[in-house]
Design a protein around this ligand. Structure first.
Ligand SMILES: [Zn+2]
Ligand SMILES: [Zn+2]
Length: 288
């Protein structure tokens, strides 16, 4: 049977092809409502293969301290558990952050204009960045915003730019940002929470989709994430996925369809000391 474009889209929707969520918060963000453990349990129950813990950096109210991010090494990078039905499932847990782009990062010892120190981002598994209110970029100055985000993406440790389509609140030169993302191998996110009419970024809503469409056309690497602040939201990418498919962006244009795809991308970009330590430990355990 030859499937029509519409049928393919519907089957893509029903299959929920995203086994990795690269933007998840915990109570470490202050305004998140689930623990790491609750997030892990929820992700396993939903059949996820990977989540990235990306709590807010210290420049936003209630954001986590740099010591919090440094100490994420205590969280296991790979969890293996038997579910209620007896089946053993594995979940990769990337220990990451959502660093704020800030005008003066001297205090935080970042040369890239971030509120998470370079010695910390260097060792985290997954470093995401974004503009947030009250961190020095509320003036809607497109040139200042573009310069700051391009500089931040030049950090060798930055992996993903979050909600870049929030351009009403934080206007940017989209073409310049997309070009810098491609040049620096930074993933551009389509953020499902931005489409929530009750969410903080409702003002930019469909502009997130416009941005993703432009980034896809330019050949950038994309992800589609929940930005969950409660465990039940992990892996939730609707309605963003429906809009993306409508615009002709196929599900596999987003890198987070599987843990393997994400990890291959990450390993090619830079060393990941915590992930590497986990790998060595696993090898030693399997030999003993
Ligand atoms: Zn954010
Ligand atoms: Zn977030």
């Amino acid at each position: 049977m030859i499937e029509t474009k519409e049928q393919v889209s519907m089957s893509q929707l029903n299959a929920s092809p995203f086994k990795a969520d690269l933007h998840v918060h915990t109570i470490g963000s202050g305004h998140g409502f689930s623990t790491v453990e609750e997030n892990i349990a929820a992700a396993l129950a939903k059949g996820m293969e990977l989540i990235a813990l990306t709590d807010h950096g210290p420049a936003v109210p209630q954001g986590a301290h740099n010591w919090y991010f440094w100490n994420l090494s205590h969280v296991p990078g790979l969890v293996s558990r038997a579910l209620a039905d007896g089946e053993v499932k594995e979940l990769t847990v990337l220990r990451g952050c959502e660093a704020n782009i800030i005008p003066d990062s001297t205090l935080y010892q970042s040369q890239w204009g971030l509120d998470v120190a370079d010695i910390v981002t260097q060792r985290l598994d997954y470093v995401t960045i974004g503009f947030h209110p009250t961190t020095g970029f509320d003036d809607r100055d497109i040139d200042a915003n573009t310069a700051a985000v391009v500089k931040a993406m030049q950090s060798p440790y930055v992996d993903q730019l979050n909600h870049p389509g929030n351009v009403r609140e934080f206007p940017i030169d989209s073409d310049a940002v997309i070009a810098a993302a491609i040049e620096n191998n930074v993933i551009l996110e389509l953020n499902n929470s931005s489409l929530n009419p009750l969410g903080a970024r409702a003002e930019s809503k469909m502009l997130e989709i416009d941005f993703a469409e432009k980034a896809y056309a330019a050949g950038a690497t994309l992800s589609i994430n929940s930005d969950a602040h409660f465990s039940a939201g992990i892996g939730k990418v609707q309605p963003a996925l429906a809009y993306a498919l409508e615009r002709g962006i196929p599900a596999d244009a987003f890198i987070n369809t599987s843990a393997a795809r994400v990890l291959t991308h990450l390993e090619a970009k830079r060393p990941r000391p915590l992930l590497e330590a986990n790998r060595i430990e696993r090898e030693q355990n399997s030999c003993s």
